[in-house]
Design a protein around this ligand. Structure first.
Ligand code: B12
Length: 226
């Protein structure tokens, strides 16, 4: 199928997200594929618009239902990207490689998960190091995976600004002469209240929302590759 997909598919997919019905969302994706919709169309015409709609509609609200809808959309985006991108007729060019984790001492993983969904849906290869990640591991894994960008999520002030957070990652890059090869992006609540905080912790950039992450990461990748 090359023409645009029937709009009912996106509508029913959005409804399943708003109902936080993951099984229904996955059934809709599978049925679309069975009916001849290409994996490319599912990603670009269903999954990404679904994420964007969810983030756009929900960003100002912070109710628990909102969080679970938001989270579900990103979880499905991540799963769908993992499953469908290898099926693309022409292998998509990887936009860049990213390692991501929450900073040392920080167990808040929901925001990171949403960032991963957005990046994967936009064809970035993402290695998730999990929560409570040591600064040394960020650097070692970035090198092991050929990543250009280290992404650090911190939800608490002390894990954003502390000596085992992004600051230490910056020191390691300096000590090991890696500053030309790797960029650091940070995100999470503490940065929202102090828009210059990202500089103080030694990052190259920060992103307010997961939706902004692909654009900013793409810029950082270009800087490293140029
Ligand atoms: C859920 C939650 C928890 C859950 C976490 C569950 C999980 N699996 O993640 C649990 C119950 C475990 C928890 C524990 C604690 N929490 Co808590 N928690 C929260 C809460 C309510 C929501 C955080 C969240 O998930 N938000 C939803 C996500 C989607 O939003 P987000 O994380 O901001 O992410 C978005 C953006 O920031 C951005 N983003 C995030 N990361 C990144 C990274 C990059 C690279 C980019 C570009 C963008 C980006 O994209 C995301 C999507 O758009 C916040 C309060 C709040 N309203 O923020 C407190 C909060 C973060 N917690 C807090 C505290 C104090 C704790 C505890 C210490 C409590 C305790 N006494 O035990 C422990 C700490 C445990 C630890 N060591 O980490 C404080 C932090 C205070 C501070 N200023 O430092 C907060 C602010 C609550 C408060 N007002 O006091 N918490």
């Amino acid at each position: 199928m090359t023409e645009s997909i029937p709009k009912e598919i996106l509508e029913s997919y959005l409804k399943s997200l708003f109902d936080t019905d993951k099984a229904a969302a996955l059934r809709i994706v599978q049925k679309a594929l069975d009916d001849g919709v290409t994996p490319e169309q599912v990603i670009f015409e269903v999954i990404i618009p679904g994420m964007e709609r969810m983030i756009g509609d929900m960003i100002s609200s912070d109710s628990l239902v909102t969080l679970s809808q938001h989270f579900l959309a990103s979880q499905i985006a991540e799963e769908a990207a993992d499953r469908l991108i290898p099926l693309f007729a022409t292998a998509p060019e990887v936009q860049g490689r990213v390692v991501i984790g929450t900073s040392h001492g920080d167990f808040h993983g929901l925001g990171k998960k949403i960032v991963i969904g957005c990046l994967k849906a936009r064809m970035f290869e993402v290695n998730d190091l999990g929560i409570n990640v040591a600064p040394e591991l960020f650097v070692d894994q970035a090198l092991a995976t050929g990543s250009e960008v280290i992404a650090v999520s911190s939800m608490m002030v002390h894990t954003a600004t502390g000596e085992r957070g992004p600051k230490r990652i910056r020191h390691i890059l300096q000590e090991r002469g890696l500053e030309d090869r790797l960029r650091i992006i940070v995100g999470g609540a503490p940065y929202r209240f102090h828009p210059d905080l990202y500089r103080d912790v030694g990052a190259d950039a920060w992103g307010d929302t997961a939706a902004q992450a692909p654009g900013i990461v793409a810029r950082l990748v270009r800087e490293v590759r140029s």
